[in-house]
Design a binder for this molecule. Structure first.
Ligand code: PRX
Length: 639
């Protein structure tokens, strides 16, 4: 018997011990008892981190949508699967039952087929948080097409890069999206992106805001009339355990975004099992994760994990500040939310607005609170605990990554005592280690190091689309035989982990992963710019904000700096998206470089944070003299 639902600390330790002493048996029992297989596996796990190659449940056959939808039809066909809360609070919420979801996913899948989409084809989904987003994701999975969801806040350029990288045959978008009081012309962004993509045959357009948009003859089609023409039955494609399920792009510290490839069986088993335990989901609960399905959190913990458990999962189209800063709490009250999962950035932003917005709502339905995406500071943790959870709802600070597919380090509510700013203990099956710079494991407690994982887990990404070498170089080359996360962590006296932040050139701004390279590339396109370097600096609400050091060409020297700042941010918005705009820009004469020409970001980070206490040894720089110049400039004119 597997312990699918961990209920106290002793049980957690028992389960954890079993999961590391005999991982194959552990995962096999969970997979056996809680999922629908068309055929069982021949082998639970084979792995080799030197290649790297990892295979879970090899030989098994399944379809993830049969697990997320069909198997619930008999016992909970009339239960709400997706509860949609629109941007406009006046618009009624929509309840989609499991039966209805089944019908809609099947119809959508038939439309995809009618447009020539087959197993293995890539489909790019660029949609707002409306039910069609979850439905199209599931429709792809139904027929074995690989979905690549691109967050609908990315620019046309960023979208084009992602469409081209995985050669998507189709784009699914809408006539626009609502975002608070604004609307966004998503279709216009797609049209612009497609000017530089030759792989896309069709654009399927969902009607959402009823705006007049241009439809390109022979390429663009409205979804609704097609849905009317097709059957509401679509046989699920039978997939191998290791067949690809989706690609999701994440920023790298250098180069273009990495298309992380997740496969079917292991991802399903891990996201379902973590969902059940991390949120202690019970049958009548209403669960709400505020993330966007454009990020991994939405894939794993709005769509697949909850639906595989037959849960009711909320999808919210809007923003926390519209029509006012009480919107989250209004929704918690309205739908009697039991589990609430959000980002530290949102908590900090809402805390700043005062308690009035909180106190006017009844939050007594809440049982469990969660955070994800970035470290949570102590003050925000306490604000969340005191005012939202009223000190009776445990906070699960869940550490994980796009690459890990599911939650890796987290408290189990009502089992693991929580500790502010600590993600606490590894989830069953996860074997974290801390490494020093020389590649030795740091044993014992009260130590800090680079967080790595020494044993495979079912939902780990299997490769980077089209570039296995980069997958190996990025994750499996820093430390022999280990997956390197890119994060630093501290392990306290009882073995709890606290994530201290990235140790590479990825910067987490408002919970979003941003690589420095694409932003620098965008800045360097400005005709007045010679060179640039981006670093993160601490920010009250966003966690980190971006600070750009920009060297101007001679021809740019005479330009007005405030105008240049606006233009630079405009280019970034166009090339990457508004989330990557710089908070501060310093025009500088030089950048500190190593002898091999690499920018020494460590020094720039310290100057940006106004922490000049220990700049480290600058004598090994190619140009140590520039450092004082940068410090002097920083004092004079940075905006
Ligand atoms: O630095 C860690 C941070 O977010 C990174 C992963 O970002 P992404 O792939 O976009 O996935 C975010 C959602 C899972 C990690 O390498 N991070 C994530 N969760 C936490 C965190 N940092 C501290 N505490 C967390 N709970």
């Amino acid at each position: 018997m597997s312990n699918y639902h961990i209920k106290h600390l002793e049980e957690y330790f028992q389960v954890y011990r079993k999961s590391v002493e005999n991982p194959e048996m552990f995962w096999e029992e969970i997979a056996e008892e809680h999922f629908l297989w068309r055929k069982k596996w021949n082998n639970v796990l084979s792995w080799d981190f030197t290649k790297p190659e990892v295979k879970w449940f090899e030989g098994a056959k399944l379809n993830i949508t049969e697990n997320c939808i069909d198997r619930h039809l008999v016992t909970k066909g009339d239960k709400t699967a997706i509860l949609f809360e629109p941007n406009n609070p006046e618009e009624p919420a929509q309840k989609i039952t499991y039966k209805e979801l089944h019908k809609q996913v099947n119809k959508f899948a038939n439309v995809l087929k009618s447009k020539g989409i087959e197993k293995g084809d890539r489909v790019c989904i660029y949609l707002p948080m409306i039910p069609e987003l979850a439905i199209s994701v599931l429709a792809c999975a139904r027929i074995g097409a690989i979905h690549s969801v691109v967050f609908a806040g990315f620019s046309s350029n960023a979208l084009a890069t992602r469409i081209n990288d995985s050669e998507c045959k189709m784009v699914i978008t809408s006539d626009g999206s609502y975002r608070g009081a604004k609307t966004i012309d998503l279709k216009g962004i797609v049209d612009e992106a497609l000017e530089s993509c030759t792989c896309v045959d069709n654009v399927l357009v969902v009607k959402r805001i009823n705006s007049a948009i241009a439809m390109k003859e022979g390429r663009d089609v409205w979804l609704t009339p097609l849905l009317d023409e097709v059957s509401s039955e679509c046989e699920a494609e039978i997939m191998d355990a290791e067949d690809p399920l989706f690609i999701l792009y994440t920023s790298g510290s250098t180069g273009k975004p990495k298309g992380m490839l997740h496969t079917t069986a292991g991802y399903m088993v891990y996201t379902a099992y973590t969902f059940k335990n991390v949120f202690q989901y019970t049958e009548d609960d209403i669960y709400w994760c505020t993330a966007d399905i454009g990020w991994i959190t939405g894939h794993s913990y709005i769509v697949y994990g909850p639906l595989a458990n037959g849960a009711t999962t909320v999808m919210f189209e809007g923003v926390p500040s519209y029509p006012d800063f009480g919107r989250f709490w209004e929704i918690v009250e309205k739908h009697k939310i039991n589990q609430f999962y959000t980002a530290p950035t949102a908590i900090r932003a809402l805390a700043k607005e005062g308690l009035g917005y909180v106190e006017s709502h009844d939050l007594s339905s809440l049982k469990i609170l969660g955070t994800v995406g970035e470290p949570i500071n102590e003050e925000a943790w306490h604000w969340y605990d005191d005012n939202i959870g009223k000190r009776k709802s445990p906070i699960v600070d869940t550490w994980w990554q796009t690459e890990t597919g599911g939650i890796m380090i987290t408290p189990i509510p009502f089992s693991t005592p929580t500790k502010p700013t600590y993600a606490t203990l590894p989830f069953p099956g996860i074997q974290p280690v801390l490494m020093d710079a020389e590649g030795n494991e740091i044993k014992g407690n009260q130590v800090e190091g680079r967080l790595s994982i020494k044993f495979p887990w079912p939902s780990m990404a299997r490769t980077i689309w089209g570039n296995h070498q980069r997958y190996k170089d990025t994750y499996f080359s820093a430390f022999e035989n280990k997956y390197f996360t890119g994060d630093g962590a501290f392990r306290d006296e009882v073995g709890y982990y606290r994530i201290t932040g990235r140790v590479d050139d990825v910067i987490i701004v408002s919970g979003h992963n941003l690589g420095t390279a694409p932003i620098e590339d965008a800045i360097n396109e400005h005709p007045a710019v010679a060179e640039s370097a981006i670093v993160g600096f601490p920010h009250n609400i966003k966690g980190n904000a971006l600070y750009g050091y920009v060297i101007l060409k001679d021809t740019g020297e005479s330009r007005n700096h405030d105008n240049l700042r606006k233009e630079i941010n405009q280019i970034i918005t166009e090339q990457v998206g508004p989330i990557a705009k710089l908070d501060k820009i310093q025009f500088t004469k030089g950048l500190p470089k190593t002898r091999s020409g690499k920018i020494m970001r460590r020094i720039l980070r310290k100057i940006a944070a106004n922490d000049l206490s220990n700049l480290g040894d600058t004598s090994t720089l190619l140009n140590p003299e520039v450092v004082q110049g940068i410090i002097d400039e920083a004092l004079l004119e940075v905006k």
